[in-house]
Design a protein around this ligand. Sequence first.
Ligand code: ATP
Ligand code: MG
Length: 775
Amino acid sequence: MAARPTPYLNELNPAQREAVERLQGPVLMLAGAGTGKTKALTARIAHLLSTGRARPNEILSVTFTNKAAREMKERVGRLLGQPAEGMPWLGTFHSICVKLLRRHAELVDLKSNFTILDTDDQLRLLKQLVQAANIDDKRWPARMLAGIIDDWKNRALTPDKVPVADAGAYNNKGIELYAQYQTRLRELNAVDFGDLLLHMVTIFQTHQDVLEQYQRWFRFILVDEYQDTNVAQYLWLRLLAGAHKNICCVGDDDQSIYGWRGAEVGNILRFEKDFPGAYVVRLEQNYRSTPHILAAASNVIRGNESRLGKELWTDAEEGEKVRLIGHWDGEEEARWIGEEIDAMQGGTRGVRPIGLDEIAILVRASHQMRAFEDRFLTIGLPYKVIGGPRFYERMEIRDAMAYFRLVVSPGDDLAFERIVNTPKRGLGDKAQQTIQMTAREHGVSLVDGARIAVDNGLIKGKGGKALRELIDGLARWNAMTRGPRIEVDDDSVIDDGAPMRFGEPEVSHIELAQIILDESGYTAHWQNEKTPEAPGRLENLKELVNQLDNFENLQGFLEHVSLVMDNEQEGDGAKVSIMTLHAAKGLEFPAVFLPGWEDGLFPSQRSMDESGIKGLEEERRLAYVGITRAEEVCTISFAANRRVFGQWQNAMPSRFIDELPEDHVEVLTPPGLYGGGQPTAGIETRAAEANVYNSPGWKRMQARQGQYGTSQPRESRTTVIDATAVASFTMGERVFHQKFGYGAVIGIEGDKVEVDFDKAGIKKVVSRFLSAKDD
Ligand code: ATP
Ligand code: MG
């Protein structure tokens, strides 16, 4: 093979170049964020190919996500300037192992067309086994067993290898159940996700000939994000590289953020022991971020005790300081970020215009996305959610909304179909067909059809009982949307514009939503689930309930959602990226927003409750990952109040904020509170402010304002205040109400505002359902 030119080497610094050119033997590139590890790894592949040292299929390159694999393929193609003949084995551990396992399935008693089970199938199988073993599956839910087994698989432990001390779960039957499960999977010619690696490790350990074949085949091995490999992945790599030892791993111990999924940062620290004589490269120049951003990240990560410790430097221009801003609440935070993004695009911030593609919002928990998605849909700002569905498209949100829809409109058959057996009520296909047929026969909705079917004994047993409970529940919740009936002679209208037939509902729609989710068994359904995703789903449900506070009733909320979802942004135009910090690993953006830096959210409550510093240190590494994604502008924000189940809770700024270095941070003035808006006189406003400033979150915020010598609070206004506070509108002010439209304030009484609506006439409404409107 003729050698090709090597222009890609000129783009590297001497340390990177050294790592790229040392093609033989083990190489470890251990370096901080943005130092060009991935770039060097890609150049190494190009170098192997263009010097003719390896053919494409002799290279095995493992990345953390499929997205990263795709990007690396593109980069290699570009570096070589012409399409390589064939492509290297480039993919995630799982995607590579599936291919290998299909070739050797028979060695672990599988056929090559084995199926990969999804979580539902896996759980059903485990449940059967638990029940067959006479174990109370209420006390020992299958989901918990699934978690335990995953953990064993991540540690490459086949049933015979699980240490005695670990084997006692499930009334000392954990290990037996694991063995039975593996047998059952074989009978079904199936594997679960964890098996993909586990089986390959087993094959390599027990079939020397196969291992040697691949050792000869994959002559060069490269691994990105090595700090996040688990034990099974590590063993697999060590076996494959054991003969030739041509393995190049790159990673950063400070970015190890998957400990909760069994990743072992120890793998990176063990590398030199496993591969004696390894060439270790340390890169210290960061090419990604400005000095201020780098200084902020470095200062935060310095708080961790267990780290190797590396210093980073950059010769980039100074740029802007890291920006820190506190907001009244999460909605305000989303509103402000939306405005900032507009300003960035227009270049009105005094710096270069920044495009939507260049901007990312990185959240700690996926439920935080809701506020941004709502806001961006409302103002028509194109965005995409990376690594997951958008908030209202999430399974648990759609399920919950189906319940709400059905309570508000019992004839909503689609909603009924969605939830009739969610959570599982023992209503299989047959029962559901019976409901459909009965409904059709009587020309009624599915809910009514179901009632008739149960009444007539067409659906019996456990399923019939559960169905009866559901139908009764729906009727009860529906009744709760109204107050008691009021007898009147005419349809005269009272304050809220509803015909005078029913009094005020006895429970608020927020409480009702919670009641629906709880009594239907939907909340418990996720509480009992012990998968890593379950807590996130519960949080999303909480966020959904929180959000109801912005609406007057369930109906208004459902309308809002159908409207914003209708605003779907099609097309491939530039979009702001929203993703979790975990999904942002390895990526970079000119402008990054890091919202929700509050104790309990980030760091997470769980990490704060844990004894020891392990959890907190992982959160701090996540903060480091977040800040180091930013190239030019990094904006950190927090809210003084978050709503939890419709209740305001004071939030403390994150302890990580205290770890940001003063000299590199600029504290911004929140527009809503520090004089950005028009000062509003009046006792109500001041009372509202007093309320704000009394919250511990604000006190700490103010202390920080003083510390950094920025402006002190001036007279200000708030437009959103909590239920006990008073209205902040002024007489004559133009306002907007979700139901009644536009109008002018003509009276204020506590938190009630009298408004002369353009279309609906004069009405008294609760102030929090009004928003200020500048015509
Ligand atoms: P992370 O730890 O976040 O994954 P990394 O170490 O993998 O970071 P890269 O993504 O490879 O870093 O590089 C960061 C940025 O710096 C990229 O935009 C890359 O193109 C650029 N870069 C890397 N090395 C050099 C270099 N020698 N000269 C100029 N730019 C470079
Ligand atoms: Mg990288």
